[in-house]
Ligand binder design. Structure first.
Ligand SMILES: NC(=O)c1ccc[n+]([C@@H]2O[C@H](COP(=O)([O-])OP(=O)(O)OC[C@H]3O[C@@H](n4cnc5c(N)ncnc54)[C@H](O)[C@@H]3O)[C@@H](O)[C@H]2O)c1
Length: 252
């Protein structure tokens, strides 16, 4: 489901992890409402496929690894160079790993923290720098998870990274508020994306759906409007918040 207003016309957003799943669905939603977009992702093949379905004159892509500060700066600079200014960022790039704590090598722990937590920090930092340089107010949306609150057996790294993103987002919100830059997190429950399909098969997803009060797991377009809301002026008095969207699976 996409809205057809031009609420975001003339506004420019960078979406990390924009080639797939929730980042791509957010791109579709924002594009349908007039936004200029820069999709940044490590997966260049997926980036090309994603860009092909979005308005060519308002969509740019850049291969980028959110673990690298220079890549994060480059994606923001591309947005400024191509569309004149930046209005915000969606930090959706993320990975999962399922390893019991007792059998988790430090390399796996570090990799998940590097992509999810450090990558979100570097993306948000670069976005804030570009917003400040352009003298713009803006909105940055990070991706936490219900697992940040509930934890997950077999996911010490993932849960820690997502809980870290909640603290990160609050801290950035406090630091950037005086510049009119808002930072909020969206915390999805299980949503049917390639990410979820990597760790769960059809039967497991169906079993999880049965546990959700609203009776189903999420679809990407359950989350994209929440992202759009947090970017929009409608949430102009919200910062440092974590918005949970999970069919009632977790109530905080
Ligand atoms: N799908 C869910 O059930 C769910 C639930 C809660 C939170 N989340 C979070 O939502 C975000 C998006 O998840 P998704 O379901 O869309 O996953 P996805 O796998 O469909 O998309 C993630 C994208 O991030 C990209 N990416 C991975 N590492 C990167 C890196 N180092 N630099 C740049 N890009 C990189 C991938 O190539 C991919 O295109 C993630 O942060 C995830 O933790 C997802």
């Amino acid at each position: 489901m996409t809205a057809s207003t031009n609420e975001f016309q003339g506004r420019t957003y960078v979406i990390t992890g924009g080639a797939s799943g929730l980042g791509l669905e957010s791109a579709r939603h924002l594009a349908a409402r007039g936004a200029n977009l820069v999709l940044a992702d490590v997966d260049t093949a997926l980036l090309a496929t994603a860009a092909a379905e979005l308005p060519a004159e308002r969509t740019s892509t850049i291969p980028a690894d959110v673990r690298k500060p220079a890549d994060c700066e480059a994606m923001m600079q591309l947005a400024v160079a191509r569309y004149g200014a930046l209005d915000g960022a969606v930090c959706s790039a993320g990975i999962d790993a399922v390893t019991p704590a007792l059998e988790t090598p430090v390399e796996v722990w570090q990799h998940v923290l590097d992509v999810n937590l450090t990558g979100s920090f570097l993306s948000a930092q670069a976005a804030a720098r570009a917003l400040l340089a352009g003298g713009r107010r803006g909105s940055i949306v990070t991706f936490a998870s219900g697992i940040a609150v509930r934890g997950r057996a077999g996911g010490p790294h993932y849960a820690a990274s997502k809980a870290g993103i909640v603290g990160l987002s609050k801290s950035l919100a406090l630091e950037f508020a005086r510049h009119g830059i808002r930072v909020n997190a969206v915390a999805p429950g299980i949503v049917d994306t390639p990410f979820a399909r990597k760790s769960m098969n059809d039967a497991q997803l169906a079993a999880r759906a049965g546990q959700v009060p609203l009776g189903r797991i999420g679809e990407p377009d359950d989350i994209a409007p929440v992202v759009a809301f947090l970017l929009s002026d409608a949430s102009g008095w919200m910062t440092g918040q974590t918005l949970h969207a999970n069919g009632g699976m977790l109530m905080v």
